[in-house]
Design a binder for this molecule. Sequence first.
Ligand code: NAD
Ligand code: UD1
Length: 339
Amino acid sequence: MGKILLAGGAGYIGGHTAVELLEAGYDVVIVDNYSNSSPEAVRRIEEITGKSVTTYELDIKDTDKLENVFKDNDISAVIHFAGLKAVGESVAKPVMYYRNNIDTTLSLLECMSKYGVHNIIFSSSATVYGEENPVPYTEEMKRGTCTNPYGWTKVMMEQILEDASKADAELSVVLLRYFNPIGAHPSGRMGEDPQGIPNNLMPYVSQVAVGRREKLTIFGKDYDTPDGTCRRDYIHVVDLAKGHVKAVDYVFGHKGVEVFNLGTGTPYSVTEIVDTFEKVNGVPVPHVYGERRPGDLPESYANADKALRVLGWKTEKTLADMCRDSWNWQKNNPNGYNK
Ligand code: NAD
Ligand code: UD1
């Protein structure tokens, strides 16, 4: 078996996946331009696993440079995490988002074709279900209408991968639709390290708890949900990473496109997240209620049956685990990887 190429493997989800793959006995190669991560993350992967990792610092859009990675290594599968992911930024800079997210995908597909690599796993998102589909989302639902360019890049990349698979009977594509990944490695050595003001809930909550930000604003209290705040399917990043190990096992014995939701199937509200975080960690999270955030859906959660049935994967960690591990990471690394 050749190596697994992790495109964007120094990032939050890629890094945790690297650890789980290495611990499962796979050999990995990381390619990242550190546009939203740091070489320190790779050092921590090596520290946790006690293994050294071949790493390339390059822009995946640069197909010529990427080719060298395929030339120098026996790659048997690619996991494509490399993308820009900030929703608000994608509204302000749509061209940059389309350029980066789509070109990285095309560049990887070109190299795979040239070097006879037939297996690709793609980091998609629950965002592709759009506004029309009812919860819980199931994989056979049609992709919906997205509210922002980031979401559209995911829709387009799924389409590109489907078309590539139609044209090449050898190609095996697994589309993983992540729900809301939170939490961190239980060692406290790896976690999410957003640059600037966090867009997502859990990093914001942790930064308020550690005193880096004054208070959390909960966006909207008048949704048609049990407590009026939005509900999401939060998934521990280590459970998510383990889902990738199952997807790697699967991608080798398969042809065509297969889609899997990676979520718990259980939604929690924003208020439940704040309450659980405070209770489990014994720290206050000062918060106020504010206006709804444009583009937010009241509820988003998975039907996670297919991943269990086909991959034999389900989540194991609780919301308390997610809150504890997020806090453990934040309090031990108050400035992320910048120490
Ligand atoms: P991340 O930003 O931590 O990781 C992405 C990595 O890709 C970063 O290390 C970044 O430096 C790298 N990268 C980006 N463009 C690159 C390029 N042109 N060349 C080389 N490297 C490049 O994000 P993450 O949370 O780990 O997400 C990984 C993937 O999962 C992304 O595609 C994201 O859209 C998707 N996803 C994330 C979430 C989430 O909530 N975190 C939810 C659904 C889907
Ligand atoms: C968002 C994106 C989604 C992307 C995902 C991961 C939108 C519409 N969706 O999901 O496409 O895949 O991030 O990057 O942006 N909240 C607060 N206060 C805050 C931050 C968040 O109340 O300061 C609330 C939000 O209103 C939401 C919940 O917390 O109800 C979760 O928010 P977030 O972590 O940003 O994830 P999503 O919006 O679900």
